[in-house]
Design a protein around this ligand. Structure first.
Ligand code: SAM
Ligand code: ZN
Length: 192
């Protein structure tokens, strides 16, 4: 059942009211998830993220808030996520990513997505935390334990995700990013 279907009205680029293109439903990954109601082409915007609820006093936040409600952005900014994006589950083989373009943070398709598929992203992108959970994404390449620090991902996954990282994340971690870029650009033969 689409319990939050109507909450997505008006979420797409044009600003005009458009037909809802995602729905929140029970997920086989965990709890609720976000599902495509139409096909998306690779790089197509799926929804605009609403980051307007900024946490002024993080001292009163609970474990549940940290696990299910919050997102962690540039310069330590914490926001309370809104529906439908707050229901996007993690996958080790994601079909979307979140990125800020011209000031608007959006979820984009990482590849072609077919109507009915669950929209997932890899929470490790833009994450520098020590948070962990047992991953139930079900992907063939599931890492089994989600761990938050992007730079602890296997090197080939870091490299694959490089184009999708937020500018602020690359800026705040420019030394580690620089090392990653350098290690990818220098042919092995020149290192001998
Ligand atoms: C923002 S919530 C995602 C929506 C959540 N399914 C719900 O119903 O509210 C993030 C939390 O969902 C759970 N979660 C998300 N992806 C998961 C996965 N692949 N495996 C296990 N738990 C996951 C974790 O507890 C994580 O901290
Ligand atoms: Zn997984």
């Amino acid at each position: 059942m689409d319990i939050l279907n109507r909450a997505t009205l008006g979420y797409l680029d044009s600003g005009s009211k458009v037909k809802s293109s995602v729905a929140v439903r029970k997920s086989s990954i965990q709890g609720l998830g976000v599902f495509a109601l139409k096909d998306f082409e690779a790089e197509e915007a799926i929804l605009i993220i609403d980051d307007s609820d900024v946490i002024a006093d993080p001292s009163k936040l609970t474990k549940h808030d940290h696990e299910f409600e919050l997102d962690y952005l540039e310069n330590g900014k914490i926001v309370r996520m809104k529906a439908p994006e707050k229901y996007i589950n993690h996958s080790c083989d994601p079909d979307s990513y979140a990125k800020t373009i011209n000031g608007a943070r959006k979820v984009f398709a990482l590849r072609k997505i077919t109507a009915g598929e669950e929209i997932t992203y890899d929470y490790s992108m833009n994450d520098y935390s020590e948070g962990t959970f047992k991953c139930h994404c079900g992907a063939e390449n599931c890492r089994k334990i989600y761990q938050g620090n992007f730079f602890k991902l296997p090197r080939e996954i870091q490299t694959k995700y490089l184009p999708y990282l937020e500018a602020w994340f690359k800026n705040e971690h420019r030394d580690e990013i620089g090392l990653l870029v350098k290690s990818e650009r220098i042919p092995r033969t020149t290192l001998r």
